[in-house]
Design a protein around this ligand. Structure first.
Ligand code: GRF
Length: 228
């Protein structure tokens, strides 16, 4: 893989709603690999989000912008965007952020707003993806990291991770397997963003430089890049 393409520090804001295990994987990756990135803030739409306490304990700037404090989505999204803008991020990472964002919010951060969804998009957008996968009988399930567009759980795909569905899976066992690939896929995407390897062109297509594989697979030995 070629040397790092970007020498400036990539400023990241992470949005969460709950325990924040994807956010934790991202924070740990930035630290453990000394990536040219800075987690400028972790923001939750619920003050009680477990991930907020985890981030605060590690000295990261945190904010709670509680959606319940706002009359409607537009007012909430405006308040959220104003807090994000304080930190001047290069990218805003939705990591288990469970609020639908308004088109004007998405437009404001176009090309800089990234989401992880626990399915192989375009299959199973929305909630309860693991139940949907089991009900449909798919043999492979997984996760997708993508640029956000105004359409829910839709947008140019940066990377995907796949896991096998096994005969006696429950939504919970399947979710646990998918979460393993989520952490790996999102961590790798953050590394690529920090190194300046990914962008969105004017045709809204993902451009990559120096990335051998953007697909990952859960194997008995752990999550591995899938080499074609
Ligand atoms: C993850 O599966 C995420 O993709 C989904 O909700 C879950 C949140 O996990 N939207 P965490 O908060 O990152 O632990």
């Amino acid at each position: 893989m070629p040397a790092v393409l970007s020498t400036s520090v990539c400023r990241l804001v992470v949005l969460i709603s709950g325990r924040g295990s994807n956010m934790q994987a991202i924070v740990n990756t930035v630290r453990d690999h000394a990536l040219p990135a800075q987690i400028c803030a972790v923001i939750a739409n619920k003050a009680e989000a477990g991930g907020l306490a985890w981030a605060r304990d590690r000295g990261l700037p945190v904010h709670a912008v509680a959606h319940r404090d706002y009359a409607n989505r537009v007012e909430f999204d405006t308040a959220l965007a104003n807090v994000i803008d304080i930190h001047q991020p290069d990218y805003v990472l939705l990591a288990g952020f469970m609020r639908v964002l308004t088109p004007s919010f998405v437009e404001r951060f176009n090309g800089r707003l990234i989401n992880i969804h626990p399915s192989l998009l375009p299959a199973f957008p929305g909630l309860h993806t693991h139940q949907q996968a089991l009900a449909m009988g798919v043999q492979w399930h997984g996760c997708t990291v993508h640029f956000v567009t105004p359409v829910l759980d839709h947008g140019p795909i940066i990377a995907q991770g796949i896991v096998p569905v096994i005969a006696d899976d429950t939504p919970e066992t399947l979710a646990g397997r998918v979460l393993q690939v989520e952490h790996k896929v999102y961590s790798n995407v953050v590394r690529w963003l920090a190194e300046g390897r990914i962008s969105l062109n004017s045709m809204q297509r993902v451009q990559v430089q120096g990335i051998a594989s953007r697909s990952f697979v859960l194997t008995p030995g752990g999550v591995q890049p899938y080499q074609r």
